[in-house]
Design a protein around this ligand. Structure first.
Ligand code: PLP
Length: 232
């Protein structure tokens, strides 16, 4: 199915999930995860009306930006190495994946040198899997004030990835957990942390029911990724 045919169907599923949760559709931002897809496909998606894309590798992001319409916006969603902070800050609307204190400090430094303020989300490893990046739930609450004091980072909320390969319904308690972490962090800071980036192709409707404001959809929007990860 082409993205022109598919996008309205996905938007419809978002609207339906919002109705079930008694939320407004405009509370949800759809991020098209374009990693592994060609600039040609991104151009098609742009013509179909999608304007926000997500990439998980800096080299791939930098290469694609120049080959895509200049009005598009890009979020960074992958694990960021400290030596790539400058490019991430130069090109990303929002970095979803600040996953350690060390990375936060490096990114803050890079943004200082660029004289910019970077909107970010803190990635939380809600399931505690050792293979996943992210702050532990207790750790993020312990460090939230200190991270919020970093002058060049503007913390807008949290991101998580639940365990892979489960039934969608099994992700629900992980999404709920992230929302609870957010609520507790807001109390500690006495400031709003409005964004929850959670929900991918298989579980976005459940994420919306549990409070997601940003959903990151790849496969369900664009089909199978066509570029070999080795060459991205
Ligand atoms: C690849 C990726 C996605 C999209 O995954 P799909 O299952 O294709 O929707 C979302 N978030 C992150 C962080 C990713 O790396």
């Amino acid at each position: 199915m082409s993205i022109h045919e598919n996008l309205p169907l996905i938007r419809r599923r978002i609207t339906d999930a919002c109705s079930r949760a008694e939320r407004k559709t405009d509370e949800i931002t759809l991020l098209g995860v374009s990693k592994g897809h060609t600039p040609a496909l991104i151009n098609d998606a742009s013509e179909a009306g999608l304007t926000l894309f997500g990439e998980s590798k800096i080299q791939e992001l930098v290469r694609k930006i120049n080959l895509c319409p200049s009005h598009l916006q890009w979020d960074f969603i992958g694990h960021l190495q400290t030596n790539k902070c400058r490019d991430a800050a130069l090109y990303s609307r929002l970095i979803h994946s600040v996953d350690s204190e060390r990375l936060a400090l490096s990114l803050n430094d890079a943004c200082g040198k660029l004289s910019i303020i970077q909107p970010v989300l803190l990635q939380v490893n809600v399931s505690g899997e050792s293979s996943k990046y992210g702050f532990a739930p207790d750790e993020v609450l312990e460090k939230i004030s200190q991270l919020n004091d970093l002058e060049r980072l503007e913390i807008h909320g949290f991101m998580t990835m639940p365990p892979w390969g489960q039934e969608p319904e099994q992700a629900r308690h992980h999404f709920r957990h992230l929302r609870e972490i957010r609520n507790r962090a807001e109390k500690r800071l006495g400031a709003p942390l409005p964004h929850l980036s959670m929900g991918m192709s298989y579980d976005f409707e459940i994420a919306i029911e549990e409070g997601a404001t940003l959903i990151r959809l790849g496969t369900v929007l664009f089909g199978k990724r066509s570029l070999n990860p080795k060459f991205r």
